[in-house]
Design a protein. Sequence first.
Length: 405
Amino acid sequence: MLIEDGRIRAVGSVDRDASEVIDCTGCAVLPGLINLHHHVPNTLLRGIADDVPLEEMLPRAYAIDAKLTRRDVQVGALLGCVEMIRSGTTSFHDLFFWEDEVARAVRESGMRGFLSWVTLDEQATTQRGNPVKNADAFVAKHKGDPLVTPSVGVQGVYAASEETYAKATEVAARHGVRMHTHLAETRGEVESHRKVTGLRPVEWLEKIGFLDPRVTAAHCVWVTINEVRTLARHGVSVAHCPVSNMKLASGGVAPVLEMVQEGIAVGLGTDSPISNNGMDLFADMKVAALLHKATRWDSRVMSAQAVLDLATIDAARALHVDAELGSIEVGKRADLAVVSLKGAHTTPFYPDNVISHLVYSCRGSDVVATVVDGNVLMADRIVRTVDEGEVVARAQETARELFEA
Ligand SMILES: [Zn+2]
């Protein structure tokens, strides 16, 4: 493969000299994985609320969120970027406040960030200032950046009124950027919304005019087939987060097979490090495959190729960037992960089982090189863009201060 000016110029036999050659013998070269739903600064909160439901996790997370400084967010985000580079993720779709600090980490590490500044009702937020104005300023500042694609987030129907949804939509429409929200994650969310409004969250969002091709909705676990069709009709894409849903015991299984059948673009998200607790998409690919096979009593559903697509080209489609990302094709941006197949746990490999190995046998730690926009962020398992040891030490120290204070 020949990479030039950040793009894939040739695939196959290449007889050109290059400034750098990465030897991929015994490796699979993949389009870089895309994490479609994330809250990257929450790395600092990893392990603070395990073995409890979402309703107990959120207050604990918000209590720490309220103490976060801008510097903490940047340190947490940088730690997450290192973890993603190490495990072959080249793009992530984030939902948080102080996304300008996440943007700083994205630039420092060389990753590609689709960053959504979260909005919610002012009385429900730990953000300083007005969330909608914050989102507006963030998008205005970062629009047009090659690696940072800003967008507008909304926390979810349990934290955002019709007015907040409308204001957030106005900001996104005015700037021509995407939107990112949580939707129908738990049965509790659906039931309490119905009690208040008489409608299920998807029905309500349709009524207030929020559903639109520019929206990516995370979770969509508690949706009926009619709601799946509603999402499909409005061109909403979905971030499926199986590990987070299973760990929080949200119950039920997102009807991903029906979503795909109805033509919804579905990608894979790890969700927050509080509810995952990592961001190794190789682990999540395997879980996604097993979850749907097990609950449908059908080993044929959610094949290895289908799952790999969720983490690459389908996620790119969900973000409307599949013309540039998500597959290895001449002319696309050079976002790549080189995965070693030489480990004991991936032996033997041959052309027929490589896709299976990537989903069922590989781990993020098998990634030996990561490339974003033609820049080599990691080679020979050494991260080049930042000092990994220093990032880890700073994050450990920052978390200690946060929990002691
Ligand atoms: Zn989330």
